[in-house]
Design a protein around this ligand. Structure first.
Ligand code: ADP
Length: 338
């Protein structure tokens, strides 16, 4: 298969901050590549290096065979996270404006229909709802019928029906051969759309695979959540691992919740055993929920592992007497805006 987007050992630092620590990836024609990772992981920097809006310190990038500054702009489209087009235009005028920037462009009416806004063409951009505005922005990236599309959180703020419209649109673009690099914090979106997911943490691609493979490898076991005030000790004789979930998984405040217990690795036919256990011991409960692990579990597991690695490194530095430097993002940001 033909790699349309390629990065090889991309590195980029801003002062002491390492935004990209040697990222290599190859994305094929028609593939939807989901880029996930915590804030500050380097996703925007990677997209910027691939789209030619920032120059890496070292390493190479190629999009459609060319280094990004030389990539044919007629074949590429980028939707940044914060994209605010001029708002004193109607949706139709806006798309016509962007269409005018290309040698060959699609009919704005058609693009409006694609994003589910066929009836909103004459509405001022500023009068559209936030979700409709975002859909016009997605439309603006489609006017040149790009071969490669970078979308940074395309569905943020869009209602569930509109989100599905955009998802179906992205799927049909991919089926038609468009390569899509999708940055998202919405794991359901990544799971549904991405053929392959890359997880960035601290500037490194710590996982790269199909959602199914990543879930098999890092997702852990199923969870049976029991709404109950009983303590974990009440489950000592249950033949499955039991844990008390914390309020904020992966966050800093990990205090245990007092109203639920999670039983791990129970298969659906075994749920009855757990219910029998509750009944026999007269443990009061108000609900049961069984969930399979998904990309969200993968994300939390790998992101917390990266966080642990960082804490360990800081501890080692302290133990070795090396000072850890305070980061100052503002220091080097002059002249580089998204
Ligand atoms: P993400 O998109 O995953 O949130 P970014 O690529 O925006 O991550 O940022 C990666 C790291 O690089 C962060 O620590 C961020 O503060 C830093 N960074 C990004 N851009 C700049 C800049 N222009 N100046 C200084 N630091 C930056």
């Amino acid at each position: 298969m033909e790699a349309v987007v390629e990065a090889s050992e991309l590195r980029k630092s801003y002062g002491e901050t390492v935004a990209l620590a040697g990222v290599s990836v190859a994305i094929e024609r028609g593939e939807i590549f989901g880029l996930i990772g915590p804030n500050g992981a380097g996703k925007t920097t990677l997209v910027r290096a691939l789209t030619g809006t920032t120059e890496p310190d070292s390493g190479t990038a190629r999009v459609l065979g060319d280094p990004p500054p030389a990539t044919d702009r007629n074949r590429l489209a980028v939707l940044p996270q914060a994209f605010s087009p001029p708002d004193r235009l109607t949706a139709h005028e806006l798309l016509s404006y962007y269409a005018g920037l290309y040698d060959d462009a699609r009919d704005p009416e058609e693009v409006l229909a694609d994003v589910g806004l066929a009836d909103a063409g004459d509405t001022w951009y500023e009068a559209l709802s936030g979700g409709q505005q975002r859909r016009v922005c997605v439309g603006a990236t489609l006017v040149n019928d790009p071969d490669v599309l970078f979308l940074d959180e395309p569905t943020t703020g869009i209602d569930p029906a509109g989100r599905r419209t955009v998802w179906r649109l992205i799927e049909s673009l991919s089926a038609g051969g468009t390569t899509v690099v999708l940055t998202t914090h919405d794991m359901a979106e990544a799971e549904r759309l991405a053929d392959r997911v890359g997880l960035l943490a601290d500037g490194a691609l710590v996982a790269d695979g199909t959602p199914t493979d990543l879930v098999d490898e890092h997702g852990g076991s199923s969870r049976l959540t029991i709404e109950t005030a009983a303590k974990p000790a009440a489950f000592d004789e249950l033949a499955y691992p039991v844990e008390q979930p914390s309020d904020s998984r992966g966050g800093e405040s990990r205090s245990p919740t007092t109203d639920s217990i999670v039983v791990r690795a129970v298969t659906p036919p075994e749920i009855g055993d757990v219910v029998d256990y509750l009944e026999e011991r007269e443990i009061a409960y108000s609900g049961l929920e069984w969930t399979e692990p998904g990309l969200e579990e993968v994300y939390l597991e790998l992101a917390s592992r990266a966080e642990l690695g960082r804490t360990d490194a800081a501890d080692r530095n302290r133990a070795g007497g090396t000072e850890t430097e305070t980061r100052d993002d503002e220091q080097t940001s002059a002249g580089e805006t998204a």
